[in-house]
Each structure stands twice: as structure tokens, then as C-alpha cells.
Design a protein around this ligand. Structure first.
Ligand code: 3PG
Length: 307
């Protein structure tokens, strides 16, 4: 009997786990759970005999892949798969997948939660500003970027986007103003919302050159990955531009320094929580379970990311 492990340091909501169990057991497979684990050794032990693995941001390193002797498929229940060692998976013939789009709305809503918070003086007494009429720049128009565009239109914002992988026609067809360079996006928009993945090209790419193009009072909203920010440049930007603000779902390594130096011009969630809604957990978790079953039973490789 095939065995599927859900290994989540940050567990799914109970209803998502119940739904995953139903799908896995209906396929005639066994489900194992490793939640809130605090040691990598526990993860290594738990993967030893599994055929399928479902994770969130859990790091599936080469060591994990090598410990998982029977593993055929690993699904990252979510969008960003920078936590999977794809080369190691490929070498072992393991199919790696994500579940694109399943948690996008939750992430987009959090971006607006943080934007409102920073626009309204961190919910402290005093005069804030409205989002209506402001320009928002969507840096990468994927599933989350599109949700952000929809919500931004509801707020009465002017929506701009830059994405070299999406055609200008496709973006324009959705009522989005297209920037032909990333520099133009930053120079145009009061808010820039990041939706780029973390990879060799994007790591440290959000630097002083780019940020300093933002108009007075600019706000950077990061629900993507902390690795895409050039942290020394962020300190420089905050220092040289006292009008600039930074909100992020992912606490940077220099969070304490930024909070101490720049007070309420920065805001960080204590733990990554963009996808922390019951709806997103159910959508992504159940999709992951279906994909694991689909691969093991039928060899269905839809959403494979290590082609
Ligand atoms: C994603 O890439 O899907 C999000 O960053 C969500 O990550 P999480 O599952 O760790 O909350």
C-alpha cells in the first residue's frame, strides 16, 4: 500500500487535513502526518518509507530526498517551490510539483491588509491616507498578481504591472496598464507589490537603484520572498528616503535593525502568514493530495516543476 506523508512545520487547518485524508484513503493509500516538527531528524525519519510527500515551506533538501528511499512524488502545497531541491529530485527520478493558484487570493488579501495598515498610521491615532486613486504596481503578473489587480480595482486604485513572461495584450485585456520595464513600474507607482519567485535571477534584485525610483511616499509590499530584497540596499533606501515605507509578510534577517531604526515605517508579520487561511489550506492541501494520487495511480505529471 502506498504511503503519503504530510510534513508541515506550519500545519494545515484541520478541515484541510481531513480532506487530504479522505482523498488519500479513497485511493487506497495510507496517510501519515508530521506536524509542527522542530527537528530535521524527525523529518528524515518520517520520509524513510513514503511514496508521496506533501509539504508547505518545509525544506526538502538533498538530505531529505536521499532519506526518502521510496519517494516518487513531492508536492509543495502552494506556489513558490524554492524550498525543494529540484536537482536532487530529478536525479532520483522524483516528480516535484506545486499547486499554482490555490492559495493566491489569501496572499493578495494580506497584501491589502498590510497596505491599509501602513496607509492608516499603523492603526494609531492621526491622519492617514486612502488607497483610492493611488497607483499600484504589480511586479509579476501571475496568479497572486492577478488577484491583487482585481482587489486593487475594487479600491479604486490605478493598476500597473510588469511581467516579462506575460504578454502586454493579456495584461491590457484585464484592464491593467502595462509597464515595459521594471524601472518604469517603480518610477510610476505609489505602491509596488512583489510577486516574483526567489531564484538565482531574482535574489537580491530589489535594490537601491530600483527602489529609489519610487515617487515620494512610496511603499514596497512584499508577500513574495525575503531573499529577493537586497537587505543592505533596503537600509540605505530607508535611511536616504525618510518618506519610504516597507511592509513584508516575511521577516527579513535585519527585521530588528529596521524596526529599531525606522519604527512604524516598517511592518513585518511575525511568521509568514500570506497563505494562512482555512480556504487556502483546503484549496492547496486538497489539490496536493489529488496530484500525489494522480501521479502514483496514473502517472499524471500536471504541474510538474522539475521537467
Ligand atoms: C506559497 O509560495 O505558496 C506561499 O508562500 C505560501 O507558503 P506557506 O505554505 O508556507 O504558507
Amino acid at each position: 500500500m502506498a504511503k503519503v506523508l504530510v510534513a508541515t512545520e506550519k500545519p494545515f487547518a484541520k478541515e484541510a487535513v481531513d480532506g487530504i485524508r479522505k482523498i488519500v484513503e479513497a485511493a487506497g493509500f495510507e496517510l501519515a502526518l508530521l506536524e509542527k516538527y522542530t527537528s530535521n531528524d524527525d523529518f528524515l525519519k518520517a520520509v524513510a518509507d513514503v511514496d508521496g510527500l506533501i509539504v508547505r515551506s518545509d525544506k526538502v533538501t538533498r538530505e531529505v530526498v536521499e532519506a526518502a528511499k521510496n519517494l516518487k512524488v513531492v508536492v509543495r502545497a502552494g506556489a513558490g517551490y524554492d524550498n525543494l531541491d529540484l536537482a536532487a529530485c530529478t536525479e532520483k527520478g522524483i516528480v516535484a510539483m506545486n499547486t499554482p493558484g490555490q492559495n493566491s487570493n489569501a496572499v493578495a488579501e494580506l497584501a491589502f491588509g498590510m497596505m491599509l495598515y501602513i496607509a492608516r498610521n499603523s492603526f494609531q491615532p492621526g491622519t492617514g491616507a486612502e488607497l483610492k486613486g493611488k497607483k499600484i504596481g504589480i511586479h509579476a503578473y501571475g496568479n497572486v498578481g492577478r488577484c491583487v489587480a482585481t482587489i486593487a480595482k475594487g479600491f479604486g486604485m490605478e493598476v500597473y504591472a510588469f511581467d516579462p513572461f506575460v504578454t502586454a495584450e493579456a495584461m491590457a485585456a484585464e484592464g491593467v496598464k502595462v509597464c515595459s520595464t521594471v524601472e518604469e513600474l517603480y518610477a510610476t507607482c505609489n505602491y509596488v507589490s512583489l510577486h516574483i519567485p526567489a531564484n538565482d535571477k531574482t535574489k537580491n534584485s530589489i535594490n537601491f537603484d530600483l527602489l529609489s525610483k519610487m515617487p515620494k511616499g512610496g511603499v514596497l509590499v512584499n508577500t513574495a520572498r525575503k531573499e529577493v530584497i537586497h537587505e543592505a540596499d533596503m537600509v540605505k533606501m530607508m535611511t536616504e528616503r525618510p518618506d519610504f515605507k516597507y511592509v513584508s509578510d516575511i521577516e527579513p534577517a535585519i527585521a530588528a535593525e529596521l524596526k529599531e531604526k525606522f519604527g512604524n515605517r516598517v511592518f513585518f508579520t511575525p511568521k509568514k502568514m500570506g497563505a494562512e487561511t482555512a480556504e487556502a489550506n483546503v484549496n492547496a492541501g486538497l489539490a496536493a493530495a489529488r496530484q500525489v494520487v494522480g501521479l502514483i495511480k496514473n502517472g499524471d505529471k500536471t504541474f510538474q516543476v522539475n521537467k
